[in-house]
Write a protein that binds this ligand. Sequence first.
Ligand code: SF4
Ligand code: SF4
Ligand code: FES
Length: 250
Amino acid sequence: MAEKEIRFSIKRQDGENGAPYWEAFNMPYSPGHNVVSALMYLREHPVNAEGKKVRPVAWDCNCMEEVCGACAMLVNGVPRQGCAALIDALEQPIVLEPLTKFPVVRDLLIDRKKMFDALLAVKAWVPMGGSWDIHRHAPLISPGEQSIRYLFSRCMTCGCCMEACPQFGIDSKFIGPAPLGQVSLHNSHPTGGFFKEGRLHAIMGAGGITDCGNAQNCVKVCPKEIPLTDAIASLGRQTTVQWLRDLFVK
Ligand code: SF4
Ligand code: SF4
Ligand code: FES
């Protein structure tokens, strides 16, 4: 009887400008594997299904517990974290592809810089300079508010929501759902709110919130179940108020 195997079909690319191609891999079955742990096995045994030794498959990972966001990829066509994709729950051959909305560096390894640049553009942080003076007078945050913000704070910048968003792409200007979620989080923070006006202006122009077509794909694929569309609705209201302020107050 043939040994039970785990079968993969992996979309590969030798470099940033290389042409993509498909390669099949098989490995011996053992229980408890996830996609990343299986890729680790294939890295140690870089032999394709035809028995030919090949360049080991490249991918990214770090935490192995769905926290760092690095291992996002398409698993059987679905954007998700490889480390959380249990082999026993997947149909075979397991088809692995890099996310399509970010440039491919090599194989399953992508460059998510566009998303991090967007976080910089919207100042997605709480200012800490002179923090003692600031926080000494900052209002307390109620447990109810904390629990809502906690949901947004779990964003791991994995890019799954960006992949699912029909408005976001390598060449599109749209900032995308994950940075919008972080604008909402940091605007709602008593100290982070000091940058609120600048954040709103950053999402009021081309590529900003009005580019969202409200398809709601983003919220369906987020591994952290972050209520992105609630954030987008709230930011829609905030940008309208800001627009009126810009018109009449200044
Ligand atoms: S609601 Fe739709 S268009 Fe808007 S960010 Fe989410 S997926 Fe993209
Ligand atoms: S909002 Fe969710 S899907 Fe989008 S980057 Fe953050 S964790 Fe990933
Ligand atoms: S390795 Fe960090 S999310 Fe998968």
